[in-house]
Design a protein around this ligand. Structure first.
Ligand code: PMP
Length: 384
């Protein structure tokens, strides 16, 4: 009976064009992937600098495994915290200009842990309505009062803050919105924090490694910082490996070590991954040419997609969503591209609001201008 119900729910999703299905890659992550034996030009990974299959990272991971084994074998607080973890935390903190950093196994877990450790009953969190799902889940888990403001609406946020008198106040936002590609108004957010004695949790999953001088992230891009800002960065996107970190004041990090449940109650990431990430951090720091190339591709794509019947959403980042609206139409276009040997994911509700299904095009420094030209040509063909 229960299986029957589950199947019915899945069938319903399918008729609405909302069924989620996985495809298996038979190749490493890169712009040129093989899926079910067929080659595709892909525009959907978050491997923004093309580091996921970089030979120096592969070598660092191999050496890391030789030196430290393949598994951490325990949680960080038991016997799973290794020298490469410690070094990576120190270097990440220095890289983003914060006193301390703490590694988490994934960005999802970092967000769950940090919100739950910093706020609870009697406190209030203020969140942009288009924040990533991990931040939304984190707020529910924390049991603080939740107030969601319209995307980027600083006036509404200011009113909400004014009306909140007691408890800790934590503003939570994506720095680069994962499904839209636009940037949060960080200077305005920081000014509101100062005026209302609030903190800011900044999820820089899509800015770390990509934005700012040497890829130091969204804060560097804006040229701002404050002890009030708790920064989250992920290590499975531009950094090309896996994991995430929180960088903040030492007292915040110490609080997380003691209270962040997704840190305390989980096996540490393999130390070999940290060894690879130490190498990745060097490549990121030296990667201004990669970032320049990526920005050139963004400009080329935006110019080339002018005149299409769909809105190319306003974004200067590597995330370039093409707003389609209807779920089935978005799926149809994704399939049309696939028939032409190009892979772009159709993103549908509930990941994005109803009626805003889109093709989420992501660019990488590993793409060439010819790759981008091929995508532009295919989309113009499909528009006819
Ligand atoms: N925050 C944002 C804004 C993201 O886009 C993602 C990943 N899609 C995460 C957090 C979660 O990071 P991870 O994939 O490392 O769990």
């Amino acid at each position: 009976m229960i299986f029957h119900q589950l199947q019915h729910e899945l069938d319903e999703r399918a008729t609405q064009g909302l069924l989620r299905q996985r495809r298996t890659l038979d190749s490493p992550q890169s712009p040129h992937i093989v899926v079910d034996g067929k080659p595709y030009l892909a525009f959907c990974s978050n491997d923004y600098l093309g580091l996921a299959s970089h030979p120096q990272l592969i070598a660092a991971l191999q050496q890391g495994a030789q030196a430290w084994g393949v598994g951490a074998g325990a949680a960080h607080l038991v016997s799973g915290h290794f020298e490469p973890h410690r070094q990576l935390e120190m270097q990440l903190a220095a890289f983003v200009g914060k006193p301390a950093a703490l590694l988490f196994s994934t960005g999802y877990m970092a967000n769950l842990g940090v919100v739950q450790a910093l706020v609870g009953k009697g406190d209030a969190v203020f969140a942009d309505k288009l924040n990533h799902s991990s931040l939304n889940d984190a707020m529910l888990l924390a049991r603080a009062e939740v107030r969601r403001y319209r995307h980027g609406d600083m006036q509404q946020l200011a009113q909400m803050l004014e009306r909140t008198q007691s408890g800790r106040k934590l503003i939570i936002t994506d720095a680069v919105f994962s499904m839209d590609g636009d940037l949060a108004p960080l200077p305005d957010l920081l000014a509101l924090c100062e005026r209302h004695d609030a903190w800011l949790l900044l999820d820089d999953a899509h800015g770390f490694g990509v934005l700012g001088a040497q890829g130091r992230g969204s804060l560097a891009q804006y040229g701002i910082d404050s002890a009030r800002i708790v920064l989250m960065g992920t290590l499975g996107k531009a950094a090309g490996v896996s994991g995430a970190f929180i960088a903040a004041e030492q007292v915040v990090i110490d609080t997380l070590v003691n209270h962040a449940r997704s840190y305390v109650y989980t096996t540490a990431t393999p130390p070999a991954l940290s060894a690879a990430l130490l190498q990745s951090l060097q490549l990121i720091e030296q990667g201004d040419a990669l970032r320049e190339h990526l920005q050139g591709l963004v400009a080329q794509l935006r110019k080339g997609l002018g005149g299409l019947p769909w809105l190319l959403m306003p974004s200067d980042t590597a995330i370039q969503p093409l707003l389609i609206g209807d779920n089935q139409r978005a799926l149809g276009l994704s399939e049309g591209l696939r028939d032409r040997g190009i892979w772009v994911a159709a993103i549908r509700p509930p990941t994005v609001p109803q009626g805003t299904a889109r093709l989420r095009i992501t660019l990488s420094a590993a793409h060439t201008a010819d790759d981008v030209e091929r995508l532009i040509g295919a989309l113009h063909e499909l528009a006819c």
